[in-house]
Design a binder for this molecule. Sequence first.
Ligand SMILES: [Zn+2]
Length: 249
Amino acid sequence: VHPLRLVDGIYPAVAVTPYGTLLDALRDSRLLQVKVTRYETVTKELPFETQTVEDADLDFGKTETVQAGQSGSEQVTSEIVTVDGAVVSCQAVDVQLLQAPVPEIIHRGTRLKSGMIGKLGTGSFLWPVPGYSGISRWANLPYGHRGVDITAPYGTPIYAADAGTVIAAQWHNHPTASWGYYVEIDHGNGYKTLYGHMSSFVVQTGQTVTKGQLIGYVGATGTATGNHCHFEMYYNNALISARNVFPDI
Ligand SMILES: [Zn+2]
């Protein structure tokens, strides 16, 4: 750290100090610190990023990886300075790209068959089970069946009909007319929707969801015969028929 020089010469005897004493004195006043600068080169992995692209040629909710991601790498040279063995600075002085990462590209389908977007008043809704196979019965209001029974194979995704807040995601405890595992969403504009008999749900009470977000899967839990989604719609807490919202289904 401090430059030291040996200089030949003639000195007064009184100025001469024994070598060992001199070393001790230099050490005590920290004048013999050794500074080392070294360079280290390491290869670092560069993680790839994932890009999701909406694809109108792919069924709603389906995803397809069109390009697999691949990590890249770079060579980083660092200058490391130590004083008496302790690192006092470390900084990258050179970066060489060895291999650029390749991003993963995923296509997410947005294609809906005709009739799967419904409007009523100020509400705009997505048909919650685009992968459905049929309708076993519509709502019979005000005193009959409360919703539409949308049949679909076990495990078919169920999506939020509109954005909102999940106000229930739980088991429906009812002895004779249980919705089983169900989700209810308050859309904040007077409308609410409810999805029953799920095999499982993937949202929690209090969570906000976007329109078309996956909320659960078709099943036959609760009072149900066969796999279907029992779908109820409400406006100002009164049941409305999905048939009026999705007349072309
Ligand atoms: Zn039903």
